[in-house]
Design a protein around this ligand. Structure first.
Ligand SMILES: [Zn+2]
Length: 258
């Protein structure tokens, strides 16, 4: 299954997807030199996420823009965790992850993604590579039942650096090759460790965020990253969150698609 010698047995650590969410031209002017992401008409997008929050941190603006254009979104959550390998059941960790899942549901609503169909594969966080064939099967099922016209798959990059992200990226690539589906990747871990990750710049694309999308994403990030924040109404407030989301960055896959 793995092109680089098989699943990794290394202990995985938790992800910090917030780093990818704060890409701004002011801080990283090189981003302005990237070509713009052009998707054409998207009728259906299958979004694959390895861990909690990552699809919104990396692509929340794009997904909100697609939803506003009446694109149907189908999300596959491969795990319900944060990327860390758990050696034994931990009640406090389970409660923390449960709160994050509840916050994620609110974040979806705030970005206008409430109508997205959400699927949970329930694989073990930190050990996705050991069940990579299950991920291929799950993505294939979603692609196979969708109308191929205007179909797009959005998935982690197979060279992102976290073993779960890489496994999901490989699985998405295999499934999209089989169904000749257009594929676009997002990176998460690469942005954790570098202000300018070593991306394949010829395939990197920027998706500029409008002021409205930027504001909404700021608010969602504030909601997701504040551990004890809770508004009285259960809805997100209008207080701006962390500064600066001028664009999101994606990596296009140059495969054959319908
Ligand atoms: Zn992750």
């Amino acid at each position: 299954m793995s092109p680089d010698g098989g699943p990794s047995a290394a202990v995985a650590v938790a992800c910090d997807p917030g780093r990818v969410a704060v890409l701004s031209y002011a801080e990283r002017p090189e981003l302005g030199g990237l070509a713009r992401l052009r998707l054409g008409r998207c009728r259906t997008v299958v979004v694959v996420a390895a861990h909690l929050d990552e699809e919104l941190c990396a692509a929340g603006g794009l997904l909100a823009g697609l939803a506003a254009g009446h694109t149907e979104l189908r999300l596959l959550a491969v795990t319900d965790g944060d990327g860390a390998t758990s050696s034994r059941p931990d009640r406090a960790a389970a409660q923390r992850l449960g709160r994050r899942r509840a916050k994620l549901a609110v974040a979806y609503q705030h970005l206008g993604l409430g109508s997205a169909t959400r699927y949970r594969l329930g694989l073990t966080s930190g050990a996705v590579a050991a069940a990579e064939h299950d991920v291929v099967a799950a993505i294939s099922e979603l692609l196979g039942f969708a109308d191929p016209v205007g179909l797009l798959c959005l998935a982690p990059w197979a060279s992102d650096g976290h073993p779960d992200h890489d496994a999901v990226g490989r699985a998405a690539t295999l499934a999209c090759q089989a169904y000749r589906t257009r594929l676009v990747h997002y990176a998460v871990t690469r942005w954790e460790h570098s202000d300018l990750p070593d991306l394949p710049m010829n395939r990197a694309r920027r998706f500029p965020l409008s002021e409205m999308l930027r504001t909404r994403k700021d608010q969602v990030l504030a909601h997701l990253t504040r551990p004890h924040h809770r508004s009285a109404s259960g809805r997100l407030g209008l207080t701006p969150g962390p500064q600066g989301h001028a664009c999101e960055v994606f990596i296009t896959y140059q495969g054959v698609h319908k």
